[in-house]
Design a protein around this ligand. Structure first.
Ligand SMILES: [Zn+2]
Length: 217
């Protein structure tokens, strides 16, 4: 066993495999740091991925970076914890950045036509989807009052769950958890960028799926 035994080489590019948070693919193979950083795909696909599949994927990611650089991100939201999104309403594209989607420097870009499903859950309860009439309301007036009352008790945290389906080959489905403090919805911060941005983002997904014009400010 030499210093560069075969198991230390990246199955995709042949580079040295070392460091933390490396991505594992099918057959328990581990990617090098550089390849790991560029991969962005659904867990199920990754677990069964062959080196050839990853090579094709990395080409796709390069094209994604070009797309990301060429589009005009007029509207970008960053006040939702751990989630960032932007939209180019004219060209009809949006991007998402989240831990699950990995690469912050090369955010995954989707065309409007690729988005096939949108659902929003508050914990386990569905609160909105593309078929829900009207605008995205995070809550009814009654539940707002109940929520505000809850602020006085101890359970101060909750979460939304954003479920999206797309025709993107690497992200057929996304399940994004957005943790928040109740104060962000009901407290002195009510109607702060957090609540507004969730609403706007979800309204955008709704408009896209309904093929309605996307006009967000
Ligand atoms: Zn590599």
């Amino acid at each position: 066993m030499g210093l560069f035994s075969k198991k230390d080489l990246c199955p995709v590019c042949g580079g040295e495999v070392k460091g933390l948070f490396l991505v594992k693919i099918g057959d328990k193979k581990t990617l090098c740091k550089s390849c790991s950083n560029q991969v962005s795909m659904n867990k199920g696909l990754l677990e069964n991925a062959t080196p050839e599949f990853i090579r094709e994927h990395l080409d796709y990611r390069k094209k994604n970076a070009e797309k990301y650089a060429a589009l005009r991100w007029d509207v970008q939201y960053t006040n939702i914890p751990y989630l960032k999104f932007g939209v180019d309403p004219g060209a009809g594209f949006f991007y998402l950045v989240h831990d699950d989607l990995h690469d912050d420097e090369n955010p995954v870009v989707f065309s409007f036509g690729q988005l096939t499903g949108y659902e929003l859950y508050r914990a386990k309860k569905k609160v909105d989807d593309a078929d829900t009439p009207g605008e995205t309301g995070l809550e009814t007036t009654a539940s707002k009052i109940a929520g505000a009352a809850n602020l006085l008790s101890d359970g101060n945290y909750d979460y939304f769950r954003l479920k999206l389906t797309t025709s993107d080959p690497y992200w057929p489905e996304m399940d994004i958890k957005i943790n928040f403090n109740l104060d962000q919805l009901y407290g002195l911060n009510f109607n702060t960028p957090f609540a507004d941005q969730i609403k706007m983002m979800c309204q955008m997904f709704k408009n896209i799926i309904r093929k309605e014009p996307v006009t967000i400010i």
